[in-house]
Ligand binder design. Structure first.
Ligand SMILES: Cc1cc2nc3c(=O)[nH]c(=O)nc-3n(C[C@H](O)[C@H](O)[C@H](O)COP(=O)(O)OP(=O)(O)OC[C@H]3O[C@@H](n4cnc5c(N)ncnc54)[C@H](O)[C@@H]3O)c2cc1C
Length: 289
């Protein structure tokens, strides 16, 4: 059906940053919109459930894996182009490549996102953000594919973004985003990128496999602060551990299972609720069986 790669019983731990997760029945890499359309139409017709995978940097996939198809856009759908101060990037492009592209072109706006791993598609689906900025802030429109293969463009005003979330029908796929940037001075852009990057290195356990922040920050303050104050830093379940450096990160010490990661998440939720009355909401998405 497609020229792109197809893997069967694909071990999903290899495709997620926290390195846990069992096999997906099939992992498909369509290389362009036409191939993606064929895949999506076939899956819809045959009632095959599918999940779009970016770089798996916000996902915990359960140990028995995923029944159905996982579709990745990272093999072909990653073009980026610019027209004046508007940049259009395909969903499979890494967010880092997009940030670097805009820096090279002397455009400002994307600096706070330097260091956020993942794809443009995943970043939009999660409304990724850092240091007070969110991807939606720069967005003009998103192009989407519906489950019947129809492609539509939606301007930002018609999209339902919130903190670390974009609400879309579950089978819609983000194909690309158009962003409005501004001309800037390259030295100043690089200076800002450097300081964001240093803050990240100082505060995040980047030497370990993780899925980034596990919980959203509640209104009452950063989730990491509550977890740290409850004395939970360094707590382990098997090979999954609450980072000593950043209490909102669970790190994989090497051979963690999804079960250990999820048990640790549930335990943190329970402890924080008991001690503070705060119900932590998950930022990472747990999928599979
Ligand atoms: C070390 C580290 C640091 C991080 N720092 C930050 C940070 O500062 N700020 C932040 O916001 N996040 C951060 N994250 C989390 C993560 O990188 C972001 O959420 C990122 O945007 C996810 O992108 P992804 O491509 O990996 O998506 P995935 O994890 O693969 O997918 C996430 C969700 O998006 C959906 N999705 C992906 N692509 C598409 C598409 N094309 N169409 C429709 N749905 C799609 C998936 O189905 C899934 O539900 C960090 C993670 C790590 C590991």
């Amino acid at each position: 059906m497609i020229k792109g790669r197809v893997l069967f019983d694909a071990p999903m731990r290899k495709f997620t940053s926290i390195k846990v997760g069992g096999p997906a029945d099939s992992l498909l890499f369509p290389t362009n919109v036409e191939e993606l359309r064929k895949v999506v139409r076939y899956a819809t017709r045959k009632d095959i459930p599918f999940l779009i995978l970016g770089r798996g940097t916000n996902l915990v996939i359960r140990d028995k894996g995923i029944r159905g198809w996982v579709i990745s856009l990272t093999q072909g759908m990653k073009r980026v182009q610019m027209e004046g101060e508007i940049v259009e990037a395909e969903a499979g492009l890494s967010l880092q490549r997009l940030v670097q592209f805009t820096i090279q072109k002397g455009l400002t706006g994307f600096e706070p996102f330097f260091g956020i791993p993942g794809t443009v598609g995943g970043g939009l689906a999660m409304n990724a953000g850092a240091w007070g900025a969110e991807l939606k802030d720069l967005l003009l429109s998103i192009t989407l594919m519906k489950e019947d293969g129809e492609v539509v463009e939606r301007s930002r005003g018609r999209l339902n973004f919130s903190y670390r979330s974009l609400t879309l029908p579950s089978s819609w796929i983000i194909l690309k985003g158009r962003f409005q940037l501004r001309r800037g001075k390259k030295e100043e852009i690089l200076e800002r990128v450097k300081s964001y990057s240093e803050m990240r290195k100082r505060t995040q356990p980047l030497d370990y496999h993780s899925a980034g922040s596990i919980f959203k920050n509640p209104e009452e303050g950063p989730a990491g602060k509550w977890i740290e104050e409850a004395g939970l830093k360094g707590f382990r379940m098997g090979q999954a551990m609450i980072s000593d450096l950043h209490a909102n990160f669970i790190i994989n010490l090497g051979k963690a299972t999804a079960e250990q990661v999820i048990n640790l998440m549930e335990w943190v939720e329970k402890r924080i609720y008991e001690e503070t009355g705060i119900s932590l909401e998950r930022e990472v998405r747990v999928v599979g069986e």
